[in-house]
Structure formats: structure tokens, C-alpha cells
Design a protein around this ligand. Structure first.
Ligand SMILES: [Zn+2]
Ligand SMILES: [Zn+2]
Length: 330
């Protein structure tokens, strides 16, 4: 890069300095107007199917009334106070020393040029730019990731003498009521009743594209609480590919209420026999107990005061078998 280019970068353009360039100057290359950032919130359905969002933004464009000069030909004069640089070197007495410092030129407010009131462009009032509404078509591609950035180069603010800025949209995926997403996989919580968990049945899941999935649980499959199963290929479409992630289903098994049970003795024919418990020795003292329901406020008090904070530590609530084992070992 030649010396001329360097100078062109530092002094070129004729655009004003001072607060007009966001985010600092680029390391190299010509100056550019600030980038407009916007977070575009999208729901999971739209990411699944893909869509085009029409987004309107307000941006500065070069005034067509004066072609960005601020006034008619010849009306724009370089500021004499700062020789058109927009900055002025001032001096200040600091005790025995004289301090030199740079400040924004007060005559032209850092613009480097002055237009007489009557010569100002009527359309932009001498500002050289006007604010315009622009609609951009943002392609939300299928399977796009949260945080993905879509860039429109040169669609941002325009200013005289500098390159137009960019517009950047960042995709933000909104939380979903039914699904959670991790990369291309979806996670779904399904509540099933005990009969379905043991005897089989159907789980119906509303997907993201108007389809409803009927998921069959085979009789005897035995879905335990918290069990995770997968339906392959029913996750999110992968970004710019044609394959799909998986749909993981975690099951919550809802047990029946007390009074919903009937013919309980028939369970003996269905379920495996009761697990064997440690039997007390022949000479052990045996006490019989019945379980009671727990008063929830009493329970939380017991937990708060209990040394280990666990019901199992409370002698009264230990199942009879365990109690006797404890006694016997003393
Ligand atoms: Zn104008
Ligand atoms: Zn000036």
C-alpha cells in the first residue's frame, strides 16, 4: 500500500468525523458507515419449515435533492476554523506548561465544512442524508441455528464519502411449548398412564409442520418413569442438508389414583411376584404398623428439622422389616 492510499484513508472521503462511525474503524480498507444489528426472533415451526421474513428498517440514504452535498453546487465551503479537518488544535496554560490538545471544531461541529443557512438543501436541511424505510427479505432457512447471522452487505446507512454500512440479522429461536431443541435433535416430554406403560397404547405428538405423529407402544414394552426412547429422523432438518435429526421422547408415567383401581387381585396374574424381603430372625420382637398419609406441612417441618433431612431416618416411618433388622444388629 502506497503512502497516498494511507493518506486517502486518514483524510479522504470528505465525510464528517466524530461519532458517525460505529464500532471503530476497520483495520484496513476504506471507511464504512456503521453496521445495523437486529435480533430476529423466530419460532421453531418457522425454523422447521423455513420462511422468508419481510423486515422493515429505517436507514439513512444519500439525499437525492443535493446528491449528498448538503446544498447546491458551490454552496458548501470548507470550514476555515479547522481547514476542513473538523478537528482543531487548542492550547491551554497549565502552570508553567502549555498543553496542546485536539478538540472537535466548534465552528462546524466537526463537519469540516459550512453551508450558509439559505443555501442548504431543502430536502435534507443540509444534513446530506435522509431517513428512509427499507424492507429486506430475510431468508430463515430450514434448520437454521440459534445465533446464526444473516448479512446484507451495503444495505445499511449511507453517508457521503464512505461505503454504505451493512445490516446484520441474528436469528434468535423462541422457546417452544412442546419441544426443546439441541442441534438437529428435538426433545419431547410425554406423559402416559400406567396401563399404557405396561399394556401398550398410543402417544400422539403434534409435530412442527401440521403433522401429528401417532407413536405406538407395544404391549409389554414396559416404559419406566423417566425412560427415553427415540424416533429416528423426526427431529429438525439439518441446515443446508436434507437429513433430519432425531426426536427423543422422555416418558413420565402417571400412576392411577387410589379410587381408580378395581379387581386389584388380578394384578397377581399379570405382574411378577412380590420381591422377597429380609425376614426377621426367629427370636426377634415383631411390631405391626400401618402406613398413614403424610400431612405436607408436617413433612416439610420434619425435613427441615431432621438431621439428615430424610424420612428414612425417622424411626416411625421405617418399614417394619427394616426396623427389625436395625434392632437385631444392635
Ligand atoms: Zn439534500
Ligand atoms: Zn471547522
Amino acid at each position: 500500500m502506497g503512502a497516498e492510499d494511507l493518506f486517502a484513508q486518514f483524510f479522504g472521503g470528505g465525510g464528517g468525523f466524530g461519532g458517525m462511525f460505529g464500532g471503530g474503524m476497520r483495520e484496513q480498507g476504506p471507511k464504512k458507515a456503521r453496521t445495523i444489528h437486529h435480533v430476529h426472533k423466530v419460532n421453531l415451526e418457522d425454523i422447521y419449515r423455513g420462511k422468508v421474513s419481510k423486515l422493515a428498517l429505517q436507514k439513512s440514504v444519500i439525499c437525492s435533492g443535493c446528491d449528498g452535498r448538503g446544498g447546491k453546487e458551490g454552496a458548501v465551503k470548507s470550514c476555515t476554523g479547522c481547514n476542513g479537518s473538523g478537528m482543531k488544535t487548542m492550547m491551554r496554560q497549565m502552570g508553567p506548561m502549555i498543553q496542546r490538545f485536539q478538540t472537535v471544531c466548534p465552528d462546524c461541529n466537526g463537519e469540516g465544512e459550512i453551508i450558509r443557512e439559505k443555501d442548504r438543501c431543502k430536502k435534507c436541511n443540509g444534513k446530506k442524508t435522509v431517513v428512509e424505510r427499507k424492507v429486506l427479505h430475510v431468508h430463515v432457512d430450514r434448520g437454521v441455528k440459534n445465533g446464526h447471522k444473516i448479512e446484507f452487505r451495503g444495505e445499511g446507512d449511507q453517508m457521503p464519502g464512505v461505503l454504505p454500512g451493512d445490516v446484520v440479522f441474528e436469528i434468535e429461536q423462541k422457546p417452544h411449548a412442546r419441544f426443546q431443541r439441541k442441534d438437529d435433535d428435538l426433545f419431547y416430554q410425554a406423559e402416559i398412564d400406567l396401563l399404557t406403560a405396561l399394556g401398550g397404547g398410543t402417544v400422539i405428538i403434534e409435530h412442527l409442520d401440521d403433522r401429528w405423529l401417532t407413536v405406538n407402544i407395544a404391549p409389554g414394552e414396559v416404559i419406566t418413569p423417566g425412560a427415553i426412547k427415540v424416533i429416528k429422523g423426526q427431529g429438525m432438518p439439518s441446515y443446508r442438508h436434507h437429513d433430519f435429526g432425531n426426536l427423543y421422547i422422555q416418558f413420565d408415567v402417571k400412576f392411577p389414583e387410589k379410587d381408580q383401581l378395581k379387581n386389584l387381585e388380578l394384578l397377581e396374574q399379570v405382574l411378577p411376584t412380590r420381591a422377597e424381603q429380609t425376614q426377621p430372625p426367629q427370636d426377634a420382637m415383631i411390631d405391626d404398623f400401618e402406613l398413614e398419609d403424610v400431612d405436607s406441612s408436617e413433612y416439610s417441618q420434619a425435613r427441615a428439622h431432621g438431621a439428615a433431612g430424610s424420612m428414612d431416618e425417622d424411626d416411625d416411618d421405617v418399614p417394619p422389616g427394616a426396623e427389625r433388622v436395625q434392632c437385631a444388629s444392635q
